[in-house]
Design a protein. Structure first.
Length: 204
């Protein structure tokens, strides 16, 4: 990467959490670069970067932003930010986690988990089993989640809307490797672990 750059370089010391022991990083906007920010000059020493910027217009080189939200690119080449709809779904008291899926697929779908502390009293009130596994398949719970999803979808363009969903029979957790220590969803783990569920949503 060093061959792409010219000019004076200085150590990365002004941005908390981003350190470079090589002293070969620079900040600011550089000609031909995608956006301002800390730029990687050399990778031959230990780096701790949140953002790596690569020059344009080389088509084979992309901007990599390790701290950014995940991007889903549908089969229709529409870029979607799953965190938007996921966060809106999780505003519901009944939903604990929501994971949107749809990379290279015709439309987005979602995997949803129920909040065990909230759905239990609701189920009892409606004369249903309080067992999460049973509730995940219950038509009344499906109807409840569908209503929540319909309201959330109203805020988004047609191409961004989640068309189908599945309710997992348990919540995501650190113990099962699906959440980080800060309780963020490990998207790649969930996508791989529940690939059969996602595939079934597109097959149905």
């Amino acid at each position: 990467m060093q061959r792409f750059l010219e000019g004076r370089f200085g150590p990365m010391t002004r941005s908390p959490g981003r350190r470079d022991r090589s002293g070969l990083c620079t900040s600011g906007r550089r000609s031909g670069w995608s956006e301002p920010g800390w730029a990687l000059i050399s990778a031959d020493r230990l780096l701790n970067l949140k953002r790596l910027y690569f020059p344009k217009p080389a088509a084979s080189i992309a901007v990599v932003n390790a701290s950014a939200e995940a991007i889903i690119i549908t089969a229709g080449v529409k870029n979607l930010t799953p965190a938007n709809i996921e966060n809106d779904l999780k505003q519901s008291r009944w939903i604990s986690q929501a994971v949107m899926y749809g990379d290279r697929r015709p439309f987005p779908v979602a995997l949803v988990t129920l909040d065990p502390e909230e759905i239990g009293p609701w189920a009892k009130e409606h004369g249903l089993s309080e067992d999460p596994a049973a509730l995940s398949k219950d038509p009344k719970v499906q109807e409840l989640v569908q209503g929540i999803l319909d309201k959330v979808n109203e805020r988004y363009a047609q191409v961004e809307q989640v068309k189908k969903f599945a309710i997992l029979d348990h919540d995501l957790s650190q113990e099962t490797g699906e959440l980080t220590p800060t309780l963020k969803v490990k998207r790649n783990v969930v996508n791989e672990k529940y690939a059969d569920i996602f595939d079934a949503l597109y097959a149905s």
